[in-house]
Design a protein around this ligand. Structure first.
Ligand code: NAD
Length: 348
């Protein structure tokens, strides 16, 4: 029996990626919708065979309590609403898969972890890349030592953003600009690739002054992290550039290039090293899989086996603390020591 999810919020990520991914999932199915638009709700429900009686408004979210088919919820709402909806879902005993960034402050993130622990429900943050096969292979290579020690990481997530009417340009709703929306992929990647927590960070933020989009939130952020093993990570995120979502890992004896490391689809991997004195660069053959489906199935599997997901609330909460420190470093114009998480942030 598949685990039943209620989808909360029918915006782009829910409608264009998460809902279609159920078609490739093996353990998960959509069984209810929560939306501000009854019309959209009915149309999406028809497409996925969800009964009209399981389409609710945001006010009526608590009705999910009485639907035994709903074991978990997926939250695809603007960042600042994540806390309220995670707490309400925990309050009715539903397990929560919440979109990234988890929250808009470290305080909210900590409250969300606490609320789910009190309610004895599982909380997972939708860090899709940690379930994606090419990123998993990069983690494997880093851990295996087959290219020697990891020395440095370059992680880039730049794109051109939309128009200013969107919630993403409101500090109150988004909690920030390029950093929490796309720079977070770079930050989280440096942690899962190294398997370490960074010691300190030095950040710069830049927003062109003559553009209404950057009145409340930053256009660009660049930050350098230093890890206990000596690894240095350079990260760059921007809302006003041609798409580049790439990561390069520099090892003692080789380089791993991932041109679309953080994209929804189309990952590739190139490994360069010396073989008998000759430099070779080869493309790795890895079977691509839908990372959204893998993420939905992972949480479903964890619920069936009653175990902690690989990217629980604690993983998101630590990124939230690190992003607050990145903003502080940029504001103060100096490197900042980073807090360490109280315990492990990642499940098996
Ligand atoms: P979106 O604007 O397309 O959708 C947001 C939805 O929330 C809309 O349906 C909107 O009607 C609804 N909503 C409810 N209350 C609202 C309010 N007060 N103000 C504005 N909208 C409100 O956004 P999106 O791109 O789908 O992003 C949703 C969440 O998913 C964000 O947290 C975002 O960071 C995350 N996201 C994750 C990925 C990923 O790859 N994992 C990709 C995109 C977005």
């Amino acid at each position: 029996e598949r685990v039943g999810y209620a989808i909360i919020g029918l915006g782009r990520i829910s409608v264009e990626e998460t809902l279609p991914a159920f078609g490739e999932a093996k353990m998960a199915r959509p069984v209810a919708l929560v939306t501000g638009s009854p019309e959209k709700g009915r149309a999406v429900a028809r497409r996925y065979g969800i009964p009209e009686s399981a389409v609710h408004s945001y006010q009526d979210l608590e009705k999910l309590r009485d639907n035994p088919a709903v074991q978990a919820v997926y939250i695809g709402l603007p960042n600042a609403l994540h806390r309220e909806y995670v707490e309400r879902c925990a309050g009715i005993g539903k397990h929560v898969l919440c979109e990234k960034p988890m929250a808009t402050s470290p305080e909210d993130a900590a409250a969300m972890v606490a609320a789910c622990a009190r309610a004895r429900v599982r909380l997972m943050i939708a860090y899709r890349c940690q379930y994606e096969p090419f990123n998993r292979e990069a983690i494997r290579i880093a851990r295996s030592g087959e290219l020697g020690k990891l020395r440095s990481i370059e992680a880039v997530n730049v794109q051109s953003s939309g128009t200013v009417d969107q919630w993403r340009f409101s500090h109150a709703l988004a909690g920030g600009g390029a950093l929490p929306d796309i720079g977070l992929y770079c930050l989280n990647a440096t942690r899962y690739i190294t398997g370490e927590e960074p010691n300190d960070v030095f950040a710069r933020i830049y927003s062109p002054p003559v553009d209404a989009r950057w009145k409340e939130i930053e256009e660009s952020v660049s930050f350098m992290l230093r890890f206990p093993s000596g690894v240095i990570a350079n990260c760059l995120a921007s809302y006003d550039s041609f798409n580049d979502k790439s990561m390069t890992l520099h090892f003692e004896k080789g380089t791993v290039e991932m041109p679309d490391a953080f994209s929804y689809h189309g990952q590739q991997m190139y490994v360069s090293r010396r073989e008998g004195g000759v430099a070779v660069r080869e493309q790795k053959r890895i079977e691509p899989k839908n990372q959204f489906a893998l993420e939905l199935d992972h949480f479903a599997q964890c619920l069936k086996e009653n175990r902690q997901p690989h990217t629980p609330g604690e993983e998101g909460a630590h990124d939230q603390a690190l992003m607050a420190a990145i903003y502080r470093s940029a504001a103060e114009g100096r490197p900042v020591d980073l807090p360490k998480p109280p315990g492990p942030t990642r499940g098996p």
